[in-house]
Design a protein around this ligand. Sequence first.
Ligand SMILES: Cc1cc2nc3c(=O)[nH]c(=O)nc-3n(C[C@H](O)[C@H](O)[C@H](O)COP(=O)(O)OP(=O)(O)OC[C@H]3O[C@@H](n4cnc5c(N)ncnc54)[C@H](O)[C@@H]3O)c2cc1C
Length: 394
Amino acid sequence: METRTEKLPTRTTAVIGAGPYGLSVAAHLLASDVPTMAFGRPMESWREMPSRMYLKSVWSASSLADPDAAFSLDRYCRGRGVAAKEPIPLDFFIEYGQWFQEKAVPQVDPARVTCVRRRAGGFALGLADGRELEAARVVVAIGVRQFAYWPEFAKDLPASLVSHTGDHVDLSAFRGSSVAVLGAGQSALENAAILSDEGAEVEVIARKPVVWIKRVLYQRGGPVSRLLYPPTDVGPPGLNWLCAAPLFLRRLPVGIRRRIEVRSTRPAGAQWLRPRVDGRIPVTAGTAVVAAYPSAGRLRLELSDGTTREVDHLMLGTGYRPDMRKIPFLDTSLQQDLVQADGFPVLNEWFESTVPGLHFVGGLAGRTFGPICRFVAGARVAAQQVTRRAADLN
Ligand SMILES: Cc1cc2nc3c(=O)[nH]c(=O)nc-3n(C[C@H](O)[C@H](O)[C@H](O)COP(=O)(O)OP(=O)(O)OC[C@H]3O[C@@H](n4cnc5c(N)ncnc54)[C@H](O)[C@@H]3O)c2cc1C
């Protein structure tokens, strides 16, 4: 493909990814008059989720971030004359994200970034359509969907027999099939519910018992609920205020941060999902799949409790494990200069890596800033910090 070099305004910050984080960062940068270009198809990850899905996060934790909250979910409803909906349906959230983009980041370049490498005074970005651009600063906001976790036993099985929950938009193809869903998190449980609604015969297999988030006092509303639950609503009462303060959390020893992360993001289903699973879908808990073999066009599963299953398909609700070493577009010398720990880039308070001018936001910042980075609610602090840095140095 022919390479065409295009000039962006000098001191441009390139934001890779136009999901909640990329759009929030770009909105803040633009509001601070930092020349900015965001790349990627707006809200693409969300358009690739099962269409009948609902958000797990509550209303107060689901707005994208602009500096004045002029484009919050509440403003969207007021401006459009639509009623708030909770749980938030996926299509409602995508439309809201699109509206946010049009208002706060009117220019998004939909091209995919295929290469980022260092160039004197900044970075060179290669795009899938052959263009090459220069940027003074780069913000990686690519989410976690490309880091889907596949257990070892599933890696070599054919796609017809095993898939990840992240692979599906329309689950109606499974009507009449028997499907084992692995995992006890929201994605596993909600996919199981949708599969069952679509007419599949479903069983959930999970290592731990299924836990449903209670939030009893949250439901009551009023001052006690506001005291116990910050609007970000990540983590259980007690830890949730710590999770809501990622700049403070960052200063805690890594072992404590890790424990907070594990406790705050343990697999659990939203309470509104419970009636669609309890008593409707068999759950085999306390059991792991230890091996899986194709057998006459179906899949034979061996479980740790000594039992076996024959199913048409296995769906992995095994989540995502971000790993910066697997980012395809960072060139080798850049990767070598990036200090990482457990696959996460080591970041300073500006979400900036050990390569000056290269920032990571969203799930890839989770080891430094805690579990809020896995959720839309963490976009505001990331956008503020990146913008402070970019505006100061611009
Ligand atoms: C099934 C599911 C349900 C979820 N539900 C919730 C929820 O209810 N509430 C919540 O807060 N969080 C939820 N999450 C987590 C959610 O993914 C994050 O909160 C949110 O999407 C993070 O935003 P992001 O911008 O970091 O990532 P994404 O939304 O994934 O956006 C990243 C964007 O980067 C783009 N991109 C990637 N690579 C490139 C490239 N090379 N060039 C250009 N663009 C690129 C992608 O196309 C994508 O659009 C859920 C996740 C999943 C998988």
